[in-house]
Write a protein that binds this ligand. Structure first.
Ligand SMILES: Cc1cc2nc3c(=O)[nH]c(=O)nc-3n(C[C@H](O)[C@H](O)[C@H](O)COP(=O)(O)OP(=O)(O)OC[C@H]3O[C@@H](n4cnc5c(N)ncnc54)[C@H](O)[C@@H]3O)c2cc1C
Length: 388
């Protein structure tokens, strides 16, 4: 029994979460890590692994059991994503987008009809999810999007292009943000739609060749007179930007968790190599310069995890968490990049070759500071919270 009597935060995971963490760690070690290097080299999408994730109920972590999900929360999702990303960040981003950027907003903003129709498909893994906000002229300035939706009777007709959409060519369902009103301010004229990608007029364009997360898929999406029923509108007309930003609060917790996973892989690899590699007739881990790198990496990892779990904890309670999610992503992604850089340094020449996974961690880490809001946008969100 706990002897703590004051109102202290509880840093102990529940037995349920520990069991979840251990089972996903075991799955990652045995089924994801072994093929990660080959999938990365061949740009091979992890289709079979995603099927296994569905069998393990990892495709609907925050979706209630009523709709076939695991009925857990954002803290559970963060723990799962850390474990998966420690093995393979390409699988990690695919799962993060699916769970937080599509399942999340349908659950929060969808009508009962939309929830009944789509959440079971997402939870079972029958349909993979994607989120389409970015356009060529609308990156950090996402309110500047132009993809147009015009109402015709009980349907909307979508025309325009999205770029860099994770899983865009693999997804069965996608949330697409479109401009529905040009007479109001940019952010107020956007509406969100849940789109079935089998619809006529949905096209996949350029496939990106990336520096990291190479076995995840990133594509251009083209809508050509794509018809969407009004019933597939998420929220009211004009609510789209708010929905996009609220959804990104959850997504940023996901990317912070991805950063933790890559960071932990770096720390573990560094410790192993520091004990094995000898120079000047001693393991390099006996040099203080190496010990300090490992101490900094471990401390940053714990700090990033505390920030990430706090943001997830707030979101699970329906409390505002934009600032905290941005703090978690800002800190964890930058710390992950420092850790990946130091890990390559600890490995010396070996870290620069394909003989070890650390060069992949180094490439994969880089994206965590870019997508779902670049580092400077996280700073902007945090500072706004203090200065408004
Ligand atoms: C692999 C990958 C996957 C992606 N997946 C998705 C997806 O699934 N769905 C989706 O919608 N999008 C996706 N994106 C897009 C991603 O979210 C954007 O790349 C990101 O938001 C940044 O936009 P940008 O690349 O246009 O950079 P820009 O906004 O052009 O930024 C360029 C530079 O300007 C700086 N900058 C911009 N604005 C400011 C400011 N106000 N203050 C200070 N500095 C600023 C930035 O920090 C950056 O250094 C993905 C991108 C990649 C690379």
């Amino acid at each position: 029994m706990s002897t703590v009597t004051h109102d202290a935060p509880d840093f102990e995971l529940s037995e349920e979460l520990k069991m979840l963490r251990d089972s996903v760690r075991d799955f990652s070690d045995h089924e994801i890590t072994p093929g990660a290097a080959a999938r990365d080299a061949n740009h091979e999408f992890p289709t079979e692994i995603i099927k296994r994730c569905a069998e393990m109920q990892l495709m609907g972590i925050t979706i209630p059991e009523l709709y076939g999900g695991a009925g857990l929360g954002n803290l559970a999702l963060s723990i799962v994503l850390e474990e998966i990303n420690r093995a393979d960040a390409s699988v990690g981003v695919t799962l993060s987008v699916h769970n937080s950027l599509l399942g999340g907003p349908i659950l929060k903003f969808g009508t009962d009809e939309l929830k009944k129709k789509y959440l079971p498909r997402l939870a079972s893994g029958e349909a993979l999810g994607a989120y389409a906000l970015t356009e060529p002229q609308a990156g950090s300035d996402s309110a500047n999007l132009r993809l147009k939706a015009e109402k015709k009777g009980d349907r909307w007709i979508l025309n325009g292009t999205k770029i860099w959409i994770t899983s865009g060519d693999r997804a069965g369902l996608m949330i697409i943000f479109a401009r529905t009103d040009t007479t109001v301010s940019k952010a107020k004229g956007i509406t969100a739609f849940v789109v079935e990608t089998a619809s006529k007029g949905f096209k996949v364009g350029k496939q990106e060749e990336k520096c990291g997360i190479r076995s995840s898929s990133t594509v251009e999406i083209i809508c050509e007179d794509l018809e969407v029923p009004d019933a597939n509108r998420l929220g009211g007309p004009g609510d789209g930007f708010k929905i996009a930003m609220d959804t990104l609060d959850g997504g940023r917790i996901g990317i912070a968790s991805q950063s933790l996973g890559i960071h932990r892989a770096c720390l573990e690899a560094s410790i192993k190599y520091a004990k094995e590699r000898k120079q000047f007739e001693q393991p390099i881990g006996e040099f203080q310069a190496i010990q300090w790198k490992i101490a900094d990496m471990a401390t940053d990892l714990d700090a990033g995890r505390l920030l990430t779990h706090r943001a997830a904890w707030l979101r699970d309670r329906g409390l505002p968490c934009s600032r905290e999610a941005s703090m978690a992503k800002l800190f964890a992604s930058r710390a992950c990049n420092r850790a990946a850089d130091e890990t390559v340094q600890i490995y010396g020449g070996a870290g620069y070759t394909k003989d070890f996974a650390v060069e992949r961690y180094y490439r994969d880490a880089r994206i965590t500071e870019i997508y779902e809001g670049v580092t400077d946008i996280q700073r902007l969100v945090i500072a706004r919270g203090y200065l408004k």
